[in-house]
Structures are given as structure tokens and as C-alpha cells.
Ligand binder design. Structure first.
Ligand SMILES: *Cc1c(COP(=O)(O)O)cnc(C)c1O
Length: 365
């Protein structure tokens, strides 16, 4: 009611002006078909071939890209290979599409690389794809060119697609630079998923993409592209004003915006890696090199009255107001996932609290 009253009070000239602006704005979007071109351009910079705007599908965040992929790949008896630890949205979405999930391990001692022997052992004629998340959530891994090449060769050998979740693209602060999986699109068809949520820190803006990194056109030939189009035809699109802004966002964001974020994350990674060493019951097998997470292992034998990771997280939240994620929720029981995308001073404080929590609950010798 209030809204109706407000609208009536706006003079008609304003409406006319707004309509003209809207028409001009739409015109501008359509003239360029900018959105698709901008994303194709953005993602092509690191590739040995050029993506076409036709390779790009807009989604409501990376989450919808996952949803579409797992809807499109579903068929009776199909299975998919997912990383453990991983991002549980994949398991949930696969279950919803009746796709059987098989897990391969990520190896902490190898910088959380994919256990490719396990991938080969798990796959059969009903395997449709494998998922890699790089830079990784929850492990903070950044895979080398060589490792990604091996992933591509393994997938090729097995005759499966690679789904590359690159929602943390370019959020790297270690030795390995970010290499998009699409680099190996000539070897194996890759479905690249991404969004502006993480790199631009605007998760609520809900603009993502699903991109076919497939210069040989295998996804077109096998009609997977038709299925993607069909699936998106019955879904909603990202808000038009975010679509209208994407060109500016991708092309005009200043370098120091990213540099500031990376500098903070690098500093945070150093802090967390150093300070975890001072805590006896927690070990960090691999320093995070990308994204904003680290997986650390709990040694319950050193703790008096903590049952498991879930118990640890509940008590830590209650006693110290520090929130970390129990590893069981990402597939690794009695580990913890720590998110470190905060001011270094707050991170120091949080780690200090975790340390005193562990001291208080330590087994008396
Ligand atoms: C956050 C996240 C997503 C979802 O991204 P949105 O763009 O916010 O939908 C997908 N995959 C991983 C690994 C994530 O961490």
C-alpha cells in the first residue's frame, strides 16, 4: 500500500525520463551483446585459444552453474567423481539429480593434489565427469600446470568430462599461478564454472557463468550444449542491471583492488600457518596457496573432553565465539576448515582464542 502511494506521488516526467534511460541502457547491452563477449574475453586471456561468446552461458552465481551441469549430466545409472574433501553443494545437487557420487581423495602430503590412481579405479562406463575445484575450497590448493595436465590426460583416458570449478580464479598467493583447466580443452572437454562472487567479493550479486572450454566441439556434437540451453531456458536469469554492469566490472576494476585482497590473504595464510604450529592438537599439512580456506587436522588424543570435530566446533563457538567448520561437513572427519578472509589482526585474535581453548581442554599429563 505504501509503495503504491509513493509511486503515485512521482511526477510523470520522471517516469518518462526513466523509461528513456531504460531503453537507452537496453540498447547499449544489445548492441554489444556485451555480456557474453565480456566474459569470453575475460576467460580467454589465460587460454591458448579464444572462447567465443557462444561458449558462455550466464547463471545465477556459480551455484546455478553447478545445478545446470548436474541436471544436464543426469541419466539412469550415471555416476560422477567428486573430490574429498570437497564442496558439499555437489553432493547435494548430485543426489537431487539421482547421480551416484564416488569420491576420490585429495592428498594433503602432495599439496592436496588429486589421487589420480583412485580416479582411475573409481571410474567405469557409467562415469560422466570428474570435478576439480581450483583454487580449492576447502583445501586452499592451487594446482600446477603439470598436475592439471595429468588430470586432463586421465579424464581423456577414461572418456569423461572435467568440470572445473574456478570460482576462486586468480585468488592465489603462493608459488603456483592460477592455470585455468580450459588450457587443456584440446585434450578433454572442460566445463568451466565461475562467478564474480569471490574475486570481487559480491556473493549477493548472483552473477556467474558456465563456459564450454572445448575447442574441438565435442560438447556440441554430443548434444550436451543443447541440454544446457534447454535447461537454462526453463531457469531464471541473473538480474539485468548486474548483467549491464558486467562489462565495467570485468574490464574496469583497478589492479589495486585485487592486489589489496591478495596481500591480505597472503598475510593471513602466513599468520595461520605460523600460529597453528604453536597449537599442539592441530596440524596444518599444507600451507594454503589460494582461495581463503585451510584444512587442518585435529589430534583428539591430546584433548580431554572433546568427542570429535563437531564437538570441538560447538564448544569453540560457545566458549570463544570463534566459528570454524567441522571437517565432517566437507568429507573429512576430525579435521577443521578455517576461513581466513578477515583482517589479519582479527585472525591473530581468533587463533589466540583457539590456542587458549585447546590449552584449556588439553589432556592433563
Ligand atoms: C562459493 C562457492 C560456489 C558458489 O558460488 P556463488 O557464485 O556464490 O554461487 C561454488 N563453488 C565453490 C567451491 C564455492 O566455494
Amino acid at each position: 500500500m505504501n509503495q503504491i502511494l509513493t509511486v503515485q506521488r512521482v511526477p510523470p516526467t520522471i517516469f518518462v525520463l526513466l523509461s528513456i534511460l531504460l531503453i537507452l541502457f537496453r540498447q547499449k547491452i544489445e548492441d554489444f551483446s556485451t555480456v557474453f563477449e565480456a566474459i569470453a574475453e575475460y576467460l580467454s586471456t589465460d587460454l591458448p585459444y579464444k572462447l567465443s561468446p557462444d561458449d558462455v552461458y550466464l547463471t545465477v552465481g556459480c551455484a546455478q552453474a553447478i545445478e545446470v551441469v548436474l541436471t544436464v549430466l543426469a541419466r539412469p545409472g550415471a555416476n560422477i567423481l567428486l573430490p574429498r574433501p570437497g564442496y558439499p553443494y555437489y553432493e547435494a545437487r548430485a543426489a537431487f539429480s539421482h547421480i551416484e557420487v564416488r569420491h576420490f581423495d585429495l592428498l594433503p602430503e602432495n599439496g592436496w593434489e588429486v589421487d589420480l590412481d583412485a580416479v582411475e579405479a573409481l571410474a567405469d562406463e557409467n562415469t560422466v565427469a570428474m570435478v576439480i575445484i581450483n583454487p580449492g575450497n576447502p583445501c586452499g590448493n592451487v594446482y600446477s600446470y603439470q598436475h592439471l595436465e595429468k588430470v586432463a590426460e586421465t579424464a581423456k583416458k577414461l572418456g569423461i568430462l572435467v568440470i572445473a570449478d574456478e570460482v576462486y580464479d586468480h585468488l592465489t598467493f603462493g608459488c603456483n599461478p592460477f592455470v585455468p583447466m580450459g588450457v587443456f580443452g584440446e585434450t578433454v572437454p572442460v566445463l568451466t564454472l565461475g562467478s564474480i562472487s569471490k574475486r570481487w567479493i559480491v556473493p549477493g550479486w548472483r552473477l556467474g557463468w558456465l563456459v564450454t572450454s572445448d575447442p574441438n566441439g565435442i560438447l556440441k556434437e554430443t548434444k550436451i550444449v543443447d541440454c544446457i540451453i534447454g535447461c537454462l531456458n526453463i531457469s531464471s536469469d541473473p538480474a539485468t542491471f548486474i548483467q549491464g554492469a558486467i562489462l565495467q566490472i570485468l574490464e574496469k576494476t583497478k589492479g589495486d583492488f585485487f592486489k589489496k585482497i591478495i596481500d591480505i590473504l597472503r598475510q593471513d595464510a602466513d599468520i595461520i600457518y605460523q600460529r597453528i604450529r604453536e597449537i599442539g592438537c592441530i596440524t596444518c599439512p599444507h600451507k594454503p596457496e589460494g582461495s581463503m580456506f585451510v584444512m587442518v587436522k585435529l589430534d583428539l588424543s591430546l584433548l580431554e573432553d572433546i568427542k570429535d570435530d563437531m564437538d570441538f566446533c560447538f564448544k569453540l563457538a560457545k566458549e570463544e565465539s570463534v566459528i570454524v567448520l567441522p571437517g565432517v561437513s566437507v568429507g573429512l572427519k576430525n579435521w577443521l576448515r578455517i576461513t581466513f578472509a578477515i583482517e589479519p589482526s582479527s585472525l591473530e585474535e581468533a587463533l589466540e582464542r583457539i590456542k587458549s581453548f585447546c590449552k584449556r581442554h588439553a589432556k592433563k599429563k
